[in-house]
Design a protein around this ligand. Structure first.
Ligand code: ASP
Length: 321
């Protein structure tokens, strides 16, 4: 889809000052705009490194759960756009430890900064925060709920790697029950034509029924499997996820499923040459290091793309037109 200047300007205006809480907020035009702006950001970084589109703007990373990529790429995104960042990556050293509620912490941080990038261990936390925040909230992962900015960078990566998104067969593998990135990505893919989604997981980590229903109602073809072999040859994007240890009440259950799928060069022998392996990272055991040398392994490029997409989002929400 080629965007006109007017379309881009209209979408940019639409997102000014908005919360980004769920992928359900985006339509196809929004997505095409975000991908196009992210590509511009990539060019800015590669050519001049920084710019001043966010000059005078201050964001806060408020993280109640661990993060490497999301937090540092948001911080880098802000700095590269000429903005500044307050990092609260370890809420145990904040008043949260004194018993402060999420709404009060949000009110405080929102009174000093222009936007809050929030990661929290509870599903729905970003939505709750948005009710009390005087400034835009960007959901950087709410427990097993959603991770919209990750799904956007996944899309950007698919587009950059394969040149298109329409018509692809996407296989989501691993912990589909607790993995918030696949919850967001499957829904985001409903905006594209001719998508087929395969779900591969142990039975106890299946994609939740409400998501299968939502994706199915949008007209996407879906199939569930407990093994990758039958569908590796038809797969265009193999999206591997980590089993989310921190979400299990019963560690024996985690131990039983943690190594259910391990992707090795052997696993990929029947895959297409144009197939790509994505992973939101961190990986634990689910992709062997030998796969890293395969040109089809796109997860480190995907990680870099996160910064460009987050620059695009910060620009759309906070930047000068
Ligand atoms: N980094 C991703 C997330 O925060 C994936 C993961 O942790 O497995 O959801």
């Amino acid at each position: 889809m080629n965007l006109t200047e007017q379309q881009r300007a209209a979408i940019s205006a639409k997102w000014k000052g908005q919360h980004i809480l769920s992928v359900d907020q985006f339509n196809r035009l929004d997505l095409e705009t975000i991908l196009a702006v992210a590509d511009d950001m990539r060019v800015i970084v590669k050519t001049v490194g920084t710019c001043d589109l966010l000059k005078g703007k201050l964001t806060c990373n408020l993280f109640y759960e661990p993060s490497t990529r999301t937090s540092s790429s948001f911080a880098a995104a802000s700095e590269r756009l000429g903005g500044s960042v307050i990092l609260i990556n370890n809420v145990q050293f904040s008043s949260v430890t004194k018993g402060e509620t999420l709404p009060d912490t949000i009110r405080a941080v929102g009174s000093y900064t222009d936007a809050i990038v929030l990661r929290h261990y509870e599903k729905g936390a970003a939505e709750l925060a948005a009710k009390y925040s005087p400034k835009p909230i960007i959901n950087a992962g709410d427990g097993p709920g959603e991770h919209p900015t990750q799904a956007l960078l996944d899309l950007f990566t698919i587009k950059r790697e394969l040149g298109k998104i329409d018509g692809l067969t996407v296989t989501l593998l691993g912990d589909l029950k607790y993995g918030r990135t696949v919850h967001s990505l499957a829904r985001l893919l409903t905006n594209f034509e001719g998508i087929k989604i395969n779900y591969v997981s142990p039975d106890s980590l299946r994609m939740p029924d409400y998501l299968i229903k939502q994706v199915g109602d949008a007209g996407v073809e879906q199939h569930e499997y407990d093994a990758l072999e039958p569908i590796i040859a038809e797969t265009d994007i193999l999206y591997v996820t980590r089993v989310q240890k921190e979400r299990f009440d019963d560690l024996a259950h985690y131990e039983a499923v943690k190594d259910a799928f391990i992707i090795s060069p052997e696993t990929l022998k029947d895959a297409k040459q144009e197939m790509r392996v994505l992973h939101p990272l961190p990986r634990v055991n689910e992709i062997t290091m030998e796969v890293d040398d395969d040109p089809r392994a796109a997860y480190f490029r995907q990680m870099e793309n996160g910064m460009y997409v987050r620059m695009a989002l910060l620009y759309l929400v906070l930047g000068k037109q």
